[in-house]
Design a protein around this ligand. Sequence first.
Ligand code: GLN
Length: 493
Amino acid sequence: MTELTRLSLAAARDGLNAKKFTATELTRAHVDAVEKARALNAYLKETPEKALAAAAESDARLAKGEARPLEGLPLGIKDLYCTNGVETTAASRILEGFKPHYESTVTSQLWRDGAVMLGKLNLDEFAMGSSNETSAYGPVVSPWRRKGSDAKIVPGGSSGGSAAAVAAHLCLAATATDTGGSIRQPAAFTGTVGIKPTYGRCSRWGIVAFASSLDQAGPIARDVRDTAIMLRSMAGFDPKDSTSVDRPVPDYEAAVGASVKGKKIGIPKEYRLDGMSQEIDALWMKGVEWLKAAGAEIVDISLPHTHHALPAYYIVAPAEASSNLARYDGVRYGLRKPGKDIVAMYENTRAAGFGAEVRRRIMIGAYVLSAGYYDAYYVRAQKIRTLIRRDFEAAFHAGVDAILTPATPSTAFGIGEKGSADPVEMYLNDVFTVTVNMAGLPGLVVPGGLASDGLPLGLQLIGRPFEEETLFSLGSAIEQAAPKIELPQDWWA
Ligand code: GLN
């Protein structure tokens, strides 16, 4: 039955509709794969009974010819999405035991369209991290290994569970979120595809908030088409999220494979970093050649404020986080550590409930928002944010349809290898991705090939607001031209 887990989401959908197998068989194959892959620590919670019950309902619908768009397709859900009656932890001790009485809008749309939930996926605590090592429930192990080595590799973060589960065939696709790169960097590290849609494209309602002006939901899947199929169900206006945008949701799948002839692709010189590995640069130039061969026109552009993006992000994101995380006080959710009075209870709960990285962000955030420092840090970072957005606007105004960049400055690193002495070392992972969140733009990551260490590398396409379709077309052109990546064999089973 394992071959059922090897199907793409689109092939599984078509196979179900053609009655080649049942939703129950498809789900059972995934449930078995998930059980055998516990060594990867990708799932924080498995929900096999729920999955099989949903699959049975899907089989009944399929038999009646009433299949919905995602009928019977088993997915993994990042444990930042609130799921009705199923524990939702954000990979934090402070939310231990929290069972929402409601469903996030995005997941409710997936269930509306017939999808099946296999369980909740591991992540960095409150989505703060780039390696999944800040999870209170232990790191996720990537299914990938360096050539000739058994050392454990990170899948990236914060959506590390999502990326690892997709790469290891533990679901057909997964939900993820991206505040500064958390969909795109793990996709790049695991040879999968991920899109952070335009800010406002998906509802944030019911997703545990990190930095509300940057957070966006999006999918990770094994190819561009599957990502497009997922986004169609995830996107859409939601009156419960005042920042969601009321625009029709296109048939993204129709954009996959569409011609990219005449599309103007910008190559920003500021993304060529000093000391960047030769391999990353070479892959980037290959991406240029692939798009040229597909009929796109390549132009050099400048995004002059790029190098300010990372420091500004690490002010704006913690500032919003410190405010959003104020609600975890031992009164309303999850963990409570009693104290002699209510203030002591708050302090005990928050000290015991938050991990080191989350505490660091809360302290930085409170500092940059405090009287006397607000203008020097927060207001300045907001100004830089505007300048970054204007850089992109100028490029688009000059006729650029999309921008091609590397996704990450390196391949995946080993567990424990980065950031323990200096957190900035970890933050540098986001150098190519945070700009996109700061400007609210869509960004797609597709695999470009393998580096000399045997690990995947990704390319990023940045688009105009709400032009995800252009990204899907360009992404599929790269996908067709790039060497096919073989996902790792199941050494973990
Ligand atoms: N790695 C970045 C951070 O730690 C981005 C995380 C994210 O996108 N959720 O803030």
